[in-house]
Design a protein around this ligand. Structure first.
Ligand SMILES: NC(=O)c1ccc[n+]([C@@H]2O[C@H](COP(=O)([O-])OP(=O)(O)OC[C@H]3O[C@@H](n4cnc5c(N)ncnc54)[C@H](OP(=O)(O)O)[C@@H]3O)[C@@H](O)[C@H]2O)c1
Length: 261
């Protein structure tokens, strides 16, 4: 007997925020496993560069859409276009995210709160809702199964001082995914959250240049380094594949051991 669930040929994955950072790391591994990939991001240039790179990795198709996930109608339209151009969505990675903090909690203004909510929670809600709608319709037509994933954060489960708005979006995302998991298991849909630790991307650019951060935080990561976008390839392929068919409602921490040390 051969076991090859990680060959994603014939499967289509949607990765929001897939043009750089963690999203691109996940998209790279999916493409290299012969999955087809749809990238959503706001910047046309970054989208184009990602498609160029990803297209060379495997046998699947790679396409991109300019989408601001904080715009409900844009998400609805892009989901329909993705399904119409790529044929289907088997897995959806709601990864697009922003991180706006404040000097301290009492000075956190409502605009900061709303900016985090707009992308990380509203955007993930619309992205997941529309992909789930498609997968449910497909299941009712006799072709069940799908995987939806939210990229949350350790901030959801550890105290994130000065970042309460960001943390609240990630906690909310985990709760939303658990509800999706329970309600849609009957359609073969599983829903899981990935919780990254400290990952070297544009989002953490300021911390990467800080000696204080390196000595106080990164020195406490048991793996003794920053995470990289490619560290998320394995979990993405697993969650996009049939190997994860019975995994649902879980939170998968990918942090080099930071949270248990
Ligand atoms: N880096 C970390 O240490 C870390 C830790 C925990 C969790 N996370 C989470 O991991 C996810 C990815 O973060 P990252 O570190 O890879 O960040 P990043 O390098 O800043 O990339 C963010 C991605 O999201 C896209 N994006 C942002 N706003 C968007 C919007 N309104 N509509 C559509 N796309 C949007 C960006 O593309 P465009 O600019 O082209 O739109 C980009 O592709 C986020 O949800 C973040 O909260 C990161």
């Amino acid at each position: 007997m051969t076991y090859s669930p990680y060959n994603l040929a014939g499967k289509v994955s949607l990765v929001t925020g897939g043009n750089r950072g963690i999203g691109l790391g996940m998209a790279r591994a999916i493409a290299a496993s012969n999955g087809s990939v749809a990238i959503w991001g706001r910047k046309a240039d970054a989208n184009r560069e990602a498609v160029e790179e990803l297209s060379k990795l495997g046998t699947g198709e790679v396409m991109s859409w300019e989408v601001d996930v904080a715009d409900e109608q844009a998400v609805v339209d892009a989901t329909n276009e993705t399904v119409s151009k790529m044929g289907r969505i088997d897995s959806c990675f709601a990864n697009a995210g922003v991180g706006f903090g404040a000097p301290n909690f009492v000075d956190m203004d409502t605009e900061t709160w709303r900016k985090n909510m707009a992308v990380n929670l509203d955007g993930a809600f619309w992205t997941l809702r529309e992909s789930v709608r498609h997968i449910v319709d497909r299941a009712k037509a006799g072709d069940p199964g799908g995987s939806v994933v939210g990229v949350a954060s350790l901030a959801a489960i550890e105290g994130a001082g000065r970042n309460q708005a960001y943390a609240a979006t990630k906690g909310g995302l985990i709760s939303m995914l658990k509800g999706i998991a329970v309600e849609h298991a009957r359609y073969g849909i599983r829903a899981n959250a990935i919780l990254p630790g400290w990952i070297a991307t544009d989002m953490t650019g300021a911390a990467q240049g800080s000696d204080v951060f390196e000595s106080k935080v990164i020195s406490r990561v048991p793996a003794r380094r920053w995470g990289t976008p490619d560290d998320f390839g394995g979990i993405a392929v697993y969650l996009a594949s049939d190997a994860s068919a019975y995994q649902s409602g879980t939170t998968l921490v990918v942090d080099g051991g930071y949270s248990i040390f």
